[in-house]
Design a protein around this ligand. Structure first.
Ligand code: FUB
Length: 448
């Protein structure tokens, strides 16, 4: 195998690792991200997403997708995510059209200790590779890289959204999309097609289909894909008895985005006995749906192997340690009136959200918080109030055990208010924060 190599190494060596806690949706909180391909490698979940940035004059096409590189993220507890930094950059790949800002949805898979990262983008040599998109590969010895791109893209692939599946017999398949979904066998080197591409049958004949993601469970092969049945994409699946199909359209995994994001793109995995759906919405960019954010929610199968529809949540996945900042605005439930959620700073949306209580008795519930094995002693809440108020924290429901009360003086400025807490329960609980006042904003709470 010819390696293109050394040019990339300095880029990767200076990549920053950032760690932050985000059990809540969206889970990637330091940049826009989309099209998550999530994989279990060793004892961690790795996410290989696309990286949306905002176009500007001379940088991509304003009003359209703008994507110049890829990062990889990982977590062991699904709460604390590490950004391992940039792994592939458009202008460091020899065959990519420079500054094409078209590094669309990727995938990554492991074979024999090597990690193969597949990405679709625009080639500079259109005579050789055609106009539009083709798919290339970068290879690493570790899931977080460094990744070294191959000098040329895979021959014979015209399209986007590569997805790779290795069956139990060791045969690898490459899926991709170009209006329809295509499949071809891959050679054992994972770099060349080993069969003519064929259209995957029998998926819906009308409406765009893209973003294929194939997995197998109990002998059923699930071909999952975003499909425009109505106006925007929803996640659907079809089942079959072979990676090549044919497949029978079997249901909807997730309805169209409630926030109007035209695209959705996903992956499905099992980690520590629970299945998860990774997908995207436009949480940090409600007005522009080409600046998206990766989310995750639990996914369940019925006894007959069908997939129960996933309802997107703010709470997301992972058991939240009580000693980390609990972003209660990512609630599991809330009272019918008297509480809303809005951005903390509309000029810096990555600073997150706040809960705004406007009515005494209003509450938010945040599920599965781990209060630990020994009773914690105090609680801290970051809040501000225009009128003095008291926040009451209950375990397991608004009429459940009162575990702490925090006075918030009418101060006007954000501050962290700490109170000793007595008789805090241990173990995992659904916590409720209830306001006794009518003008309180809360950023987070945590126990110490
Ligand atoms: O992220 C760019 C494109 O949008 C992806 O390749 C599609 O799947 C859609 O999510």
């Amino acid at each position: 195998m010819k390696k293109y190599g050394k040019a990339l190494i300095p880029i990767i060596a200076c990549a920053l690792m950032i760690q932050y806690g985000a059990a809540q949706n969206p889970i990637i909180r330091n940049q826009f991200s989309a099209d998550p391909s999530a994989r279990v490698f060793g004892n961690r979940v790795y996410i290989y997403p696309s990286h949306d940035i905002l176009a500007a004059p001379g940088k991509g096409r304003v009003g359209w997708f703008c994507m110049e590189d890829y990062h990889v993220f990982s977590s062991e507890d699904l709460v604390n995510w590490t950004d391992h930094g940039m792994i592939v950059q458009q202008n460091a790949v020899p065959w990519v059209r420079p500054n094409s800002y078209s590094m669309w949805a990727p995938d990554c898979i492991e074979r024999n200790g090597k990690y193969y990262f597949y990405f679709p983008t625009s080639p500079k040599d259109t005579a050789a590779y055609g106009r539009g998109f083709t798919v290339g590969v970068a290879i690493a010895d570790k899931p977080e890289g460094p990744f070294v791109p191959e000098p040329t893209p895979i021959k014979g692939v015209r399209g986007i959204d590569p997805n790779v599946f290795i069956d139990k017999d060791g045969q690898a398949y490459l899926y991709w999309s170009a209006g329809n979904i295509y499949v071809a066998r891959l050679k054992r080197n994972m770099l060349e097609l080993d069969s003519e591409p064929q259209i995957v049958a029998d998926l819906p004949s009308k409406g765009l289909k893209e973003g294929p993601y194939l997995f197998e469970r109990n002998g059923i092969y699930y071909m999952t894909y975003p499909h425009v049945e109505n106006k925007t994409e929803r996640l659907e699946y079809a089942t079959g008895s072979s990676p090549l199909g044919p497949f029978k359209v079997s249901g909807v995994i997730m309805d169209e985005s409630p926030t109007g994001c035209w695209t959705n793109h996903h992956s499905v995995l099992q980690y520590k006995n629970q299945w998860y759906l990774f997908y995207h919405h436009n949480d940090y960019s409600p007005a522009f749906d080409k600046a998206r954010s990766v989310r995750a929610d639990s996914l369940f199968f019925e006894a007959d192997g069908s997939i129960r529809k996933v309802i997107p949540t703010l709470r997301g996945i992972g058991i939240m340690p009580a000693t980390q900042q609990i972003q209660i605005d990512r609630y599991s439930r809330l009272s019918e009136t008297g509480v809303t959620v809005s951005f903390l700073d509309t000029l810096d949306k990555f600073s997150g959200w706040k809960a705004v209580f406007t009515q005494p008795g209003a509450w938010l519930q945040f599920n599965t918080v781990d209060l630990g094995k020994k009773a914690l002693r105090s609680i801290a809440v970051r809040a501000r109030a225009a009128e003095g108020s008291v926040l009451r924290i209950h375990a397991d429901g608004v009429s459940g055990q009162l575990i702490a009360e925090v006075k918030i003086p009418a101060k006007g400025d954000w501050d962290t208010f700490k109170m000793p807490a007595q008789k805090l329960p241990t173990g995992i609980h659904n916590l409720v924060i209830e306001s006794k006042g009518r003008a309180v904003e809360v950023d987070w709470m945590m126990f110490q």
